[in-house]
Design a protein around this ligand. Structure first.
Ligand code: PMP
Length: 385
């Protein structure tokens, strides 16, 4: 029996996207592929809400996208300020340090984020080249205020880099209006495409900084100089080559981007907000606590503490009911919570199936609650869809 995949990526993919991926692989310089790749690059601007951004689509996972941002912008000795919200912030710090950055962290307690005042105090204290933020930290389910942080970075002359891996295509994000310099993501989450694509949107200011580097980019595969001519060529509907593109994945991307754009970004942000609220309302109705406070909680995923007396065996019970959710990830408390992804094409029926499976699993684990209370709470919110 097929299971419903409700982890924070990869997610459930639309049938049309999977079918697009199953096309016979044409040459990467065939006219049909050139058109699909070229149009996908144009569509990405619509998703990131920018007209001036330069998209990059490269074979690799989200970590490669992080690495590309760091490798191309950082020169040894550069100062980087990191808004530390969890596991993926730590990864970003390690990547930046590999390229010689001096990283300063401004953090908060688990499941929370530093205040804007704290970030501003740090920005005032030293001259930073980059401000790094994780839009949604997948380990804690914390959502940061990217608009305000982007504004702060501009005010203090730093470039802003947003890890949007668990957010882009689901959480509200307006790259140009918010003045974000690089937003990076991966295909397998809210963009609804199987894993394997690293995607970045780079502002003219960031490209300018890259062009003014004094030292060569220390990573050959990640070097913008190798990829920029390729992206420009495909967008001009010409072939070009640096590394063989993941042709079938780009067909899948093309299909998914058409679906995203036809839904419309505002409708998409709204759908993510509502299904997230429905799921979170259900968890509250069941008496379960969430890792982040609701004001700073993501809409693409939820992180929920196991109730008293229940542990990770709950995941197996949920799976018995044909729904797959994820365990904890943050090393400091991963035994104490589980995570549910609700992004990309996620809809009300997925939320209800997941809440139903969680209720059944909780009951089997001996937890006492009113059966159906979660479903009722979710249904009430889903009426707004
Ligand atoms: N950043 C965030 C916020 C993520 O959620 C992930 C993946 N879960 C990554 C970076 C790394 O992406 P990947 O696993 O595709 O390398």
């Amino acid at each position: 029996m097929s299971e419903l995949l409700m982890i924070p990526g990869p997610v459930e993919f639309e049938r049309a996207v999977l079918q697009a991926m199953a096309t016979k692989t044409p040459s990467h310089i065939s006219p049909d592929f050139i058109e699909v790749f070229g149009r996908s690059l144009e569509r990405l601007r619509e998703v990131f809400l920018t007209e001036e951004g330069q998209p990059f689509v490269v074979a690799g996972s989200g970590t490669l996208a992080m690495e590309m941002a760091a490798a191309n912008l950082i020169e040894p000795g550069d100062r980087v300020l990191l808004v530390d919200t969890g596991y993926f912030s730590h990864r970003f710090a390690s990547i930046c340090e590999r390229y010689g950055a001096r990283v300063t962290r401004v953090g908060a307690k688990l499941g929370d984020l530093p205040s804007l005042e704290e970030v501003e105090r740090s920005l005032r204290g030293a001259k930073y080249k980059l401000l790094l933020v994780t839009h949604v930290d997948t380990s804690t389910g914390v959502l940061v205020d990217v608009a305000s942080l982007g504004g702060l970075a501009r005010r203090y002359g730093a470039l802003s880099v947003v890890d949007g891996v668990c957010a882009t295509g689901g959480e509200e994000f307006r790259q140009e209006k918010w003045g974000i310099d690089i937003c990076l993501t991966a295909s397998q989450k809210a963009l609804g495409v199987p894993p394997g694509l690293a995607i970045l949107m780079v502002s003219p200011r960031a490209l300018d900084l890259f062009r003014k580097r004094r030292t060569p980019v220390a990573n050959y595969y990640a070097d913008f100089a190798n990829w920029l001519p390729v992206m420009e060529a495909y967008e001009a509907r010409k072939a070009s080559y640096f590394g063989t593109p993941p042709v079938n994945l780009i067909y899948a991307l093309g299909e998914s981007l058409e679906e995203i754009v036809s839904e419309g970004m505002e409708a998409r942000f709204r759908r993510h907000r509502i299904i997230s609220e429905a799921f979170k309302a259900a968890m509250t109705a069941l008496g379960l606590k969430q890792v982040p406070a609701l004001e700073v909680a993501a809409h693409t995923m939820s992180a929920i503490y196991y109730p008293e007396g229940v542990g990770k065996e709950l995941l197996g019970e949920i799976r018995e009911r044909s729904v797959v959710v994820a365990g904890g990830l943050h090393p400091r408390f991963k035994e104490r919570y589980f995570r549910v992804g609700h992004m990309g094409g996620a809809r009300g029926s997925h939320i209800l199936a997941t809440v139903g499976a969680i209720e059944g699993a909780l009951q089997a684990s001996g937890y006492r609650f009113e059966l159906g209370a979660g479903l009722v709470a979710a249904q009430k919110v889903l009426k707004g869809l």
